[in-house]
Design a protein around this ligand. Sequence first.
Ligand SMILES: Cc1cc2nc3c(=O)[nH]c(=O)nc-3n(C[C@H](O)[C@H](O)[C@H](O)COP(=O)(O)OP(=O)(O)OC[C@H]3O[C@@H](n4cnc5c(N)ncnc54)[C@H](O)[C@@H]3O)c2cc1C
Length: 433
Amino acid sequence: MWQNWSGYVSCPDTRVLTPGSEAELADIVRQASRNNQPVRVVGGGHSFSPLVATDGVIVSLDALQGVVEIDKPAGIARVRAGTRLFALGAALAAEGLAMENLGDINVQSIAGATSTGTHGTGIGLGNIATQIVGLKFVDAEGREISASPTDNPDLFAGGRVALGSLGVLTELSLRLVPSFRLRLVRGKLSLDECLARADELIARNRSFEFYWLPHTDAVLTKAWNVTDEPVDQRGWQRYLSDVVLENMAFGALCRVGKAVPALCPPISRFCASLLSSSTQVDASWSMLSTVRQVRFNEMEWSVPAERGADALREIRALIARREFPLMFPLEYRWVRGDDIWLSPNHGRDSVHISVHQYVGMPWEPYFDAVQAICLTHGGRPHWGKVHSLAGPQLARLYPRWDDFLALRERMDPAGRFLTPYLRKLFGLGATAG
Ligand SMILES: Cc1cc2nc3c(=O)[nH]c(=O)nc-3n(C[C@H](O)[C@H](O)[C@H](O)COP(=O)(O)OP(=O)(O)OC[C@H]3O[C@@H](n4cnc5c(N)ncnc54)[C@H](O)[C@@H]3O)c2cc1C
């Protein structure tokens, strides 16, 4: 039995195989070929979309973790694909190095995170896949194949965000920066003031994001900047705000809202009344990440940066009109554009708008309506989150879509890494590779 983090995707009859070496991994792929079974790789299982689900073979690289080699003068580390981000952060820090940016949590595997275009925030900072300078796969025949800007450049352009559809990534080479500390400042603004001042706030801070609490006009702002200040020794304060308030107390409120949905607006207003300013200092890999224990389902759209504010205002009007029972804040982040074929940030600086619903509460009408709004603003869905786009709709959003499909066909003509969900996503026939 395998299931994803939110519990929405599950494969009751599928066994998860955990190879202990690359040779064992290659054997598993070859064996699956002989048995005509699909192969899907799982990282941390934190995607909300059914990318990993299969009735074939699920492979976990949990036993293939760690840093293989660090080239300090070049600032490049070769890491095993199954390495969890928190473990990577700690290992790199021990060598005086760090990843340039991270997302909201650090429990994903590095390959799982990059394969869906996982990102943090910062208009000058690309998604995590933009930190990749080299890739190593095991292909559908169990053979090793590498890619970099000069070696198999098409595989490099298409393979950094590929949803596990080209092969099993076994190693990634990452461009790093010297380790640094971040000072996080939390604050409270009104949504209108925050949107009006957004250009100034993103220019003034290395990373900036905000959370709008639905049914209120309040936003929680988060701004991170590099600092020489020492790491906070107030660990208990962080535990109180990050674990006790944001998870345990918020989780209890969510259970109340689920039982009595009419209480969701007052609960959101109560949470807004608790927002206050605070600061924290820690190593970058720790300061960028939060603890998320309250389970939810999520949809996220990447829209051109200049369209973000209008999209959010329309979503605010939608929530007021349809009175969806919501307690989770909407998250609003910035990501620099890139050249990766299937990156949601391909060719444009973007704003990412994420909407959430507490696990077990209905999300379909809300997410459908948000999707409709974001599509009118040129939105592209986060690959790891809930959406209902497929084939031609996605082809219109990605200028290099056909190049990616040709690369996929070349890498995996028999469709070993495909499932019915991925065939539909890529607009492929039900059985043809
Ligand atoms: C609480 C929570 C917070 C989140 N925060 C953020 C955030 O801040 N920013 C953001 O952008 N996203 C965020 N996400 C989404 C998450 O980062 C992505 O869904 C990510 O892909 C999950 O990584 P994973 O290791 O769990 O991968 P999985 O979900 O296990 O897999 C994701 C994809 O990667 C493929 N894959 C995994 N390993 C390999 C490999 N070795 N070779 C080839 N393919 C592979 C899988 O086949 C699958 O297609 C969040 C999700 C949750 C649940």
